[in-house]
Design a protein around this ligand. Structure first.
Ligand SMILES: *Cc1c(COP(=O)(O)O)cnc(C)c1O
Length: 339
């Protein structure tokens, strides 16, 4: 293993030796290969640069106690990348090619998969970008599928400690736009609202539904969930939310492992009192408890501004226990990379 202070890792780029690259040209993908160069050479007219024709994924590799490496539901990332690709008129990446890219990248950079118990993981970033000579608003003539990786620590500083959020007046996506696709354009639109939230000392902002601005949709770049006193796990449903794999996993675990009632439905911003706990979830964020939400002039505290609630804590233990291989996973959730 390389010499890195695993406990001090944040969420920033550290160069690893290998990345996987495949090219689409004349209607077909090549078989892809591992390369060492971390600089892409692409045409100045590439549609990814001008018109945002690109999408990406995010998933992690987890070191188990026995030294082997787990991937958490990478087939779901592959399927979601293809849904994003379809929305932006990009070619599908066959699941076989996607998984080959992910597995080979982890294997080649095995020395960078943080040790079990450090809390750190190897973050994988698959990308699909439209490249090649172009100037008009057209889909690209060529595409690159890339997978690179970097070791990361906790996403929100403080780990499982709650942080506060502020409701934004901006929208991150349009009602029938690209909110459900994991595309860079959504993120470009979120930079200013995120920066304004951080200027006011909030972790990030909360986006309401773009149609009525009355219901919670997203927490920064994570999905929202709330817990009620009636032992319910509730998460918003909307066509402009990014369908989080972590969220769907928590819906399953809350119901089948914690015996909770689960539902996807409206989470009105005017009715935060119904939740005894609330959190943000995603691959990078894992589960981040929400201390309080600022909405206009009012600040609403859920469980506590300083302590994580018991149900959120149990969900976190169940999810991360499965990811790191300490708790039995539901069928098909874990793929093992043997170094
Ligand atoms: C990626 C992402 C999430 C989290 O999805 P996971 O599959 O759980 O990692 C949530 N919201 C947005 C906007 C995202 O881009």
């Amino acid at each position: 293993m390389v010499d890195i202070k695993w406990d001090e890792l944040g969420f920033s780029y550290i160069k690893t030796p290998y990345r996987f690259i495949a090219h689409w040209k004349n209607g077909a993908w090549d078989e892809g290969e591992l390369i060492e160069d971390n600089i892409l050479h692409i045409h100045e007219g590439s549609p990814a640069l001008h018109y945002g024709q690109q999408c990406f994924e995010g998933l992690k590799a987890y070191r188990r106690k026995d030294g082997q490496i787990n991937l958490f539901r990478p087939d779901q990332n592959s399927q979601r990348m293809n849904r994003s690709a379809r929305r932006l008129l990009m070619p599908m990446v066959p699941e076989e090619l996607f998984l080959k890219g992910v597995h080979e990248t982890v294997k080649a950079n095995e020395a960078y998969v943080p040790p079990y118990g450090s809390g750190a993981t190897l973050y994988l970033r698959p990308l699909l970008i439209g490249v090649g000579e172009n100037i008009g608003v057209h889909p690209a003539s060529e595409y690159i599928f890339l997978v690179f990786c970097t070791p990361v620590g906790a996403y929100f500083k403080g780990g499982l400690a709650p942080t506060n959020f502020i409701v934004s007046e901006y929208d991150r996506a349009a009602p029938q736009g690209t909110g459900a696709a994991k595309v860079g354009g959504n993120y470009a639109a979120s930079l200013l609202p995120g920066a304004e939230a951080q200027e006011r000392n909030f972790s990030d902002c909360i986006y309401l539904d773009p149609e009525t601005h009355t219901k919670i949709e997203e927490v920064g770049s994570a999905n929202f969930f709330g817990i009620t006193a009636a032992n319910e796990f509730i998460t918003p449903k909307s066509p402009s939310i990014l369908p989080s794999i972590t969220k769907f996993s928590l819906l399953y675990l809350a119901e089948n492992r914690l015996g909770m009632k689960v539902l996807e439905g409206d989470c009105p911003i005017a009715d935060l009192n119904r939740f005894t706990e609330a959190g943000a979830c995603g691959t990078a964020a894992v589960i981040s408890p929400i201390g309080g939400i600022q909405y206009g002039d009012t600040f609403h505290v859920f469980y506590s501004e300083t302590e994580v609630g018991p149900v959120t804590h149990r969900l976190y233990d169940e999810l991360t226990g499965i990811q790191f291989g300490d708790i039995a996973a539901p069928p098909g959730w874990i793929q093992t990379v043997t170094p």
